[in-house]
Design a protein. Structure first.
Length: 99
């Protein structure tokens, strides 16, 4: 299955690319990997939004902003999200606020 990869290259903040050996990585495991890596960079990272490249599913699942970019990106950006964890080249993307 081909990944749906959103354009996040212009997203502000620190971008961290994480590669795993598991092409069938489950969401819970990916979320844990992202959180552990985020905790290496800041004391108490707050997850603001996420995206799953295989399905296109995202959180928060709501309308946000003028529609010029995906709502989950607008949501995180408007709340100060400054840490992007990109797992397996877009398989999962998590945006955190570093606290």
């Amino acid at each position: 299955m081909e990944l749906i990869i959103p354009d996040i290259k212009d997203y502000p903040g620190n971008h961290v690319n994480i590669e795993t050996d598991n092409p069938n990585l489950e969401f819970a495991e990916a979320k844990n990997i992202a959180r552990q890596r985020a905790k290496e960079l800041c004391t108490d990272p707050m997850l603001l939004s996420w995206f799953q490249g295989k399905t296109g599913e995202f959180y928060p699942n709501m309308e946000c902003g003028p529609g010029d970019k995906p709502a989950w990106i607008t949501y995180a950006e408007s709340r100060g999200g400054d840490l992007v964890m990109n797992i397996n080249q877009g398989q999962y993307i998590f945006i955190y606020l570093s606290i």
